[in-house]
Design a binder for this molecule. Structure first.
Ligand code: GMT
Length: 383
């Protein structure tokens, strides 16, 4: 199938998932066209069957805000027509679902019907989407999509609660590629980070408020008092400065490494013993899944889709948002002896296997087929 993928090209979860999906589909013989304003961060090398169309708008002095949506819609029209795409899959509802609708309408004037699948990822629904500034357009464009997927049961439930959505929402979970995310021997690397055999705790995110990075530092401080340990903070974003300040204030500066944005996350996970995700909202928790695939247990909150991934007492523990004492207690319980850690590591891997790309990707393929066939059968005159 010829598929167009629209996403944010950043390190954010929706962009990562969309890129991994596109690369996975391409490996299975589909022709995948990424249409976005920059090369997706995870698209680091050449892939047969993968094409990239960069969206660039005109910067004109009249525009205080460059009209990205118009440029993207025009690019979609162009690519669908000239590359003969059969389906558009847009990731993150804002503004992609509305832009796809616009492109669909334009194409219809030329007798082309392009089915659109929208995947809801999280903050497009839980934070940004519910904002009155966006809500009517989000509701409309979800309802006008030919297919809608959500990355967890929890996100589906929240979407139905917050928006007047009539469309059936299919849950297709996030996935992980085990050929990349697996425990590998990186002993020399571990020695550099933890020269005296300290436990390595890791957090990766985009350092937005919703991630509560300061809670990671607070939990680490408590663990560090009891267990020799180091903390790796991977990623960058608005909360990095506050987290750095906190580490300095607490005298933890030499125990914590701020690594910034990293491409080879799997190498960092390979030397880690515990992942902390204290998010205030998390529709699934892709970063935690990637950790689990590398046999790293997870301390997380109990929000959103996290309990669908992290099994309390087995693959890690879940606590209420902000309960740093409970998170620290649970982290210490996992890290205090090798046997317990090993058991949690094993369980984390077993649970991650449920989200193997090999199991999830065919669900997207089957869904695309269903949507394309319905569109062909019904050929709606009105998009
Ligand atoms: O805030 C982020 O973590 C980025 C965000 C995004 O949409 O770019 O990630 C969301 O999508 C991921 C992939 O589906 C999910 O695994 C994350 O849980 C979700 N983040 C939130 O809900 C906060």
């Amino acid at each position: 199938m010829k598929i167009g993928i629209v996403c944010y090209p950043t390190y954010g979860g929706s962009g990562v998932l969309a890129t991994e999906l596109g690369m996975g589909l391409a490996k299975r013989g589909h022709e995948v066209h990424f249409i976005t304003y920059r090369r997706p961060a995870r698209l680091t090398s050449f892939h047969e069957n993968v094409l990239f169309h960069e969206v660039s708008g005109e910067d004109y002095p009249l525009f205080e805000y460059a009209p990205y949506e118009t440029a993207l819609a025009s690019k979609l029209v162009d690519v669908v027509k000239f590359e003969g795409l059969e389906l558009l899959h847009v990731h993150y509802a804002i503004p992609h679902a509305a832009v796809a609708y616009m492109a669909k309408k334009v194409l219809l004037t030329e007798g082309i019907y392009i089915p659109v699948v929208t995947t809801l990822h999280g903050t497009d629904i839980t934070l940004v989407g519910t904002n009155k500034a966006f809500e009517p357009v989000v509701t409309f464009s979800i309802n006008k999509s030919d297919g809608v997927t959500a990355v967890s049961e929890s996100l589906k439930k929240q979407t139905l609660e917050y928006f007047n959505v009539q469309k059936d929402i299919r849950v297709i979970y996030n996935f992980v590629d085990f050929t990349r995310f697996k425990k590998i021997d990186k002993d020399h690397f571990k020695k550099a980070i933890a020269p005296h055999g300290e436990r390595v705790i890791v957090h990766t995110s985009n350092f937005r408020k919703v991630k509560r990075v300061e809670d990671v530092v607070q939990v680490f401080r408590r663990v560090h008092k009891r267990i020799p340990s180091k903390l790796l903070l991977v990623g960058d974003g608005p909360e990095r400065y506050n987290a750095e300040e906190l580490c300095r204030k607490m005298g933890l500066w030499h125990e914590v490494r701020f690594l910034g944005k990293q491409d080879a996350i799997e190498e960092l996970l390979a030397v880690s013993d515990l992942f902390i995700m204290p998010s205030e909202s998390e529709s699934f928790g892709l970063a935690a899944l990637e950790a689990m695939a590398c046999e790293v247990p997870v301390i997380s909150t109990d929000v959103g889709g996290l309990p669908e991934l992290n099994v309390h007492g087995k693959t890690g523990f879940i606590s209420q948002v902000g309960d740093i004492e409970d998170m620290a207690k649970n982290a210490i319980a996992i890290l205090s002896d090798d046997e317990t850690l090993q058991e949690f590591r094993h369980n984390a891997l077993e649970q991650a296997r449920r989200f193997d790309i090999g199991l999830i990707l065919p669900q997207y393929e089957a869904y695309y087929q269903e949507i394309v066939e319905t569109a062909k059968r019904e050929q709606p005159a009105e998009a």
